[in-house]
Design a protein around this ligand. Structure first.
Ligand code: ACO
Length: 435
């Protein structure tokens, strides 16, 4: 007999047996699907902290132990030995590609690494100083207008082409945001360059000046993108899945994911970290900011610290911390002071009882901003960089959802705490109750 959990309604004495489901790893999951039909009850779980919203075979993370794996491969091994494009393939298809599969994948992406010339005109609708994430939301949503009528989301071939389009075109959309802000001409994709190098070329080359990339910079950005490629059912991924569950256009679903990622409690944190480090200005001011973060009457939080799931060191932060050191040493940039502040802030916070008791460790965003700064990417583009990398995870999760036998429109329930039924009162008879 399979495992079950008995749920008893003490009021009525009715009880049901809920099956317990076991994944490869992770805590067992109680299947409460029959709860409403059998007991007429919902579950209450604000923020979905203990709710598994789907079955997924893409990413596993254990926040207590600080483990992150994609398709079974530990993030440390992928970060050390793989490339972002390989990880994209792995997320989408479940296996690391052979040389032949990898070359075929690259060729398929290259086939799709242009955008319709007309799309460029959308950028001119935005002020030059519009936040690039605002542009990304609009432009990615606009892509859906090019791929809608002819796109059949129930056709696996169309879905595969959609995934490749997303991965091929996101770097173009992102780089053009920067070019728009700078007032520089857009730069086309080049098939002869690697994925990350091509992106940097679209960002930084000019008609009068070729961009000569530093190999360490390319590797650092590739690493950063691997670390951000997917992260299980976080807020933006869940948004993509929820939009997708309504059978919305997949490009519009990605735009919805970008909206959620922009929030500073999520992907917007990397930008917030840099602003915070700049504001701290000098290591001698760190104690003052630590005190602010601990003060319950002050809304300030130490940006780049804490994580909804990791209650241990974020494994991505460990990897990126080292990359950050290497890059700063190699490029010998003027951003060293910010890195110094970050190092000292981390050290002081990790010894502080407030952070220890609450298990608040540096997250991936704590270091990613410093790397991006060293690469010459402006602060306002940081969350765009995150969106660029995460789009692989979003579209892989969307693909998985579309073939899930449990696939149905997402529809959370609620605990209604509003007014009881009452009758409409004509305006002239209403008393002023809200003054
Ligand atoms: N600075 C100071 N105190 C903090 C911080 C922080 N960064 N994060 C959490 N706390 C405190 C809370 O005030 C709370 O204290 P209390 O128990 O005395 O009330 C306790 O730690 C638990 O905090 P919660 O908000 O319940 O933690 P939760 O897991 O819900 O929040 C979050 C996680 C949103 C990431 C939070 O830690 C935060 O705001 N961090 C700063 C922003 C950030 O770096 N976000 C990036 C997340 S990673 C990513 O999206 C890639």
């Amino acid at each position: 007999m399979s495992d079950t959990v008995t749920i008893i309604d003490n009021k009525t004495g009715k009880q049901i047996e809920c099956p317990v489901l076991y994944g490869t790893y992770g805590p067992p999951v109680i299947d409460t699907k029959s709860l409403y039909n059998e007991l007429g009850m919902f579950t209450f779980d604000p923020g979905y902290l203990t709710t598994a919203s789907c079955r997924s075979a893409i990413t596993y993370l254990d926040g207590e132990k600080g483990i992150l794996m994609h398709r079974g491969y530990p993030i440390e091994q992928l970060a050390e030995q793989s490339t972002y494009l390989e990880v994209c393939y792995l997320l989408l298809y479940g296996e690391l590609p052979t040389r032949e599969q990898y070359d075929g994948f690259r060729a398929d992406l290259n086939k799709r690494n242009l955008v319709h010339e007309h799309l460029e005109r959308f950028y001119t609708g935005y002020l030059y100083d519009a936040h690039p994430m605002a542009i990304m939301v609009g432009i990615t949503g606009a892509l859906s207008s090019y791929y809608h009528e002819a796109l059949d989301i129930n056709d696996p071939v169309d879905r595969d082409i959609t995934a490749k389009r997303v991965i091929a075109k996101m770097p173009i959309l992102a780089a053009h945001c920067y070019k728009h802000a700078m007032g520089h001409p857009f730069v086309y994709s080049r098939d002869d360059l690697g994925y990350v190098q091509n992106f940097l070329n679209m960002m930084f080359s000019l008609p009068n000046r070729a961009y000569v990339p530093n190999p360490t910079a390319i590797r650092a950005l590739d690493l950063l993108m691997i670390l951000h490629a997917d992260h299980e059912q976080n807020a933006s991924t869940s948004t993509v899945r929820l939009s997708g569950s309504a059978e919305a256009n997949p490009f519009a679903c990605i735009a919805a994911g970008i909206v959620t990622l922009w929030g500073r409690a999520h992907g917007g944190a990397n930008e917030a970290v840099l602003r915070m480090l700049t504001e701290i200005k000098d290591p001698k001011n760190i104690p003052q900011y630590i005190a602010k973060a601990k003060d319950k009457d002050d809304p300030f939080r130490l940006m780049g610290f804490g994580h909804r799931v990791y209650k241990n060191y974020d494994p991505r932060a460990t990897i990126i911390r080292k990359a950050c050191h290497d890059l700063i040493d190699e490029l010998n940039t003027v951003h060293q002071p910010l890195f110094e502040i970050a190092m000292q802030l981390e050290e002081i916070a990790l010894k502080d009882d407030y952070f220890i008791e609450r298990k608040l460790y540096p997250n991936v965003d704590f270091y990613s901003g410093i790397i991006l700064k060293a690469l010459g990417i402006p602060t306002s583009m940081y969350t765009v960089m995150f969106a660029l990398a995460r789009s692989a995870g979003w579209i892989a999760q969307w693909m998985e959802m579309m073939t899930d036998p449990d696939f149905r429109i997402g529809r959370p329930r609620q605990l209604y705490i509003g007014t009881e039924k009452r009758d409409y009162v004509p305006m002239e008879k209403r008393s002023q109750r809200h003054d």
